[in-house]
Design a protein around this ligand. Structure first.
Ligand code: IPD
Ligand code: CA
Ligand code: CA
Length: 257
């Protein structure tokens, strides 16, 4: 694949989409619910996904794309070049707080993560990684995740679905420096990528929540698996643990089934 062309255009599209999202702060959103009253979708989620679908189809007709709002291809395998998009990750934050949400975009080739973009729209922070070439935020190199950091020296991020399903996680929280949660999986992955947290656990993430975050974290030496330690299949919904290496091992060995 032509990584240079993809990178050039992906950045342009992300900035254009983000400008429209920021503009929408001044407008009334059209809000619908999906699976429940807190599972929201707005006109901006849909418009953003439609914009990427149109651009990718126009510029890379041989590539496939799937995203949260289901406007693109129905993808059942990862052969060839596949883009994975969450047009707004953290929609509830977008609606309620107008912060702590991101555009998350990943490019996979034959199942391998190649390029990843997570744009924190309000903080104006673009996290980026190209497989084998390191990761940056706004062009500045992100240092590797500390391979030696231990649970007692790090903050933990976990959503309630995790502590409800695995109550022993409360013991891990007590050992750690404390518990945090923003409500946008892609940005929580970036907390682990940048060392702001030692681990993030969720019981229920979709491929588009993690596709870009996984590439960036792994590029920095972090570990991403299911909560039972198994490898991720990026076409399936499921649990996720992303962590610094020692913390990943400690959580799996001592606090999770
Ligand atoms: C959600 C956020 C949230 C996570 C949910 C996701 P959305 O994504 O990432 O942090 O806990 O599981 O569905 O719906 O706002 O794109
Ligand atoms: Ca999401
Ligand atoms: Ca979303």
């Amino acid at each position: 694949m032509d990584s240079k062309k993809i990178d050039y255009l992906a950045r342009l599209w992300i900035m254009e989409a983000a400008a429209k999202i920021k503009q929408s702060f001044k407008e009334t959103l059209d809000i619908d619910t999906k699976s429940g009253r807190n599972d929201l979708v707005t006109n901006m989620d849909k418009d953003t996904e439609a914009f990427f679908v149109q651009q990718i189809k126009e510029n890379f007709p041989e590539h496939r794309l799937f995203g949260e709002e289901g406007m693109a291809d129905s993808v059942t395998d990862l052969t060839g070049v596949v883009w994975i998009l969450d047009p707004i990750d953290g929609t509830l934050n977008f609606v309620e707080q107008q912060r702590d949400f991101a555009i998350s975009l990943a490019v996979y080739e034959d199942g391998a993560g190649k390029l990843a973009y997570i744009y924190d729209v309000v903080r104006d922070e673009l996290y980026f990684a190209e497989r084998g070439k390191g990761a940056t935020v706004n062009g500045k190199t992100i240092p590797k995740i500390n391979p030696d950091i231990e649970l007692q020296d790090a903050l933990l991020i976990a959503n309630l679905s995790v502590t409800r399903k695995f109550p022993t996680m409360w013991e891990a929280v007590k050992v750690s420096r404390g518990l945090r949660l923003h409500g946008a999986a892609s940005l929580e992955y970036m907390d682990v990528a940048t060392g702001r947290a030692g681990a993030y656990l969720s019981a229920n993430l979709e491929p588009w929540d993690i596709a870009a975050g996984k590439i960036i974290v792994e590029e920095l030496g972090g570990i991403v698996t299911r909560i039972n330690g198994e490898k991720m299949n990026l076409l399936e919904k499921g649990t996720s643990i992303v962590a610094a290496p020692k913390i990943h091992q400690t959580l799996l060995n001592n606090y999770l089934p």
